[in-house]
Design a protein around this ligand. Structure first.
Ligand code: C2G
Length: 131
């Protein structure tokens, strides 16, 4: 038994890299189950992000990870409260670039921001590939 029963986290996970993996593994160490909401291509357009990898493939990669229990779709900014309640999550985790942004969820579950993995980002990978 871990401290939490079911954690949830959100992300685009484009060009999946070690920073994404380390975050998911650290969350999985805190909870018996880990649900991951992967941003749809349409939502990424709202976030102002253009993805290299389409949603279906990004979701399939995340779903294949041993530390991930279930993948759900993230279509908007407003779904987090209902996702936490509908999926009976007792923990919400994001990397600390989001620190404080989702504290409203503290009314429904614990909220933790974990340090990002330094030195890697999808943006850096895209820049490197452009060279
Ligand atoms: N991350 C990390 N270390 C990195 C890069 C990313 O820990 N070097 C974490 C981010 O902090 C985030 C997760 O990996 O918690 C996914 O990052 P992105 O795919 O960039 O997701 P983002 O665009 O931040 O989407 O509603 C919330 C949004 O969907 C979050």
């Amino acid at each position: 038994m871990k401290k939490y029963k079911r954690a949830i986290t959100y992300g685009t996970f484009d060009l999946f890299h070690i920073g994404h993996l380390r975050l998911l593994k650290r969350i999985a160490d805190l909870a018996d189950e880990l649900y991951v909401a992967v941003s749809s291509d349409e939502f990424n357009a709202i976030k102002g992000k253009t993805c290299v990898i389409p949603f279906e493939e990004r979701a399939e990669i995340i779903d294949a990870l041993g530390c991930v229990t279930r993948v759900i779709r993230e279509d908007n900014w407003e779904q987090k409260v209902s996702d936490v309640l509908d999926n009976h999550c007792d923990l919400f985790v994001m990397g600390d670039d989001w620190k404080g942004k989702f504290d409203f969820l503290k009314d429904y579950c614990d909220v933790i921001y974990l340090p990002r993995t330094p030195g890697v980002s999808t943006t850096d990978i895209k820049q490197y590939l452009k060279k």
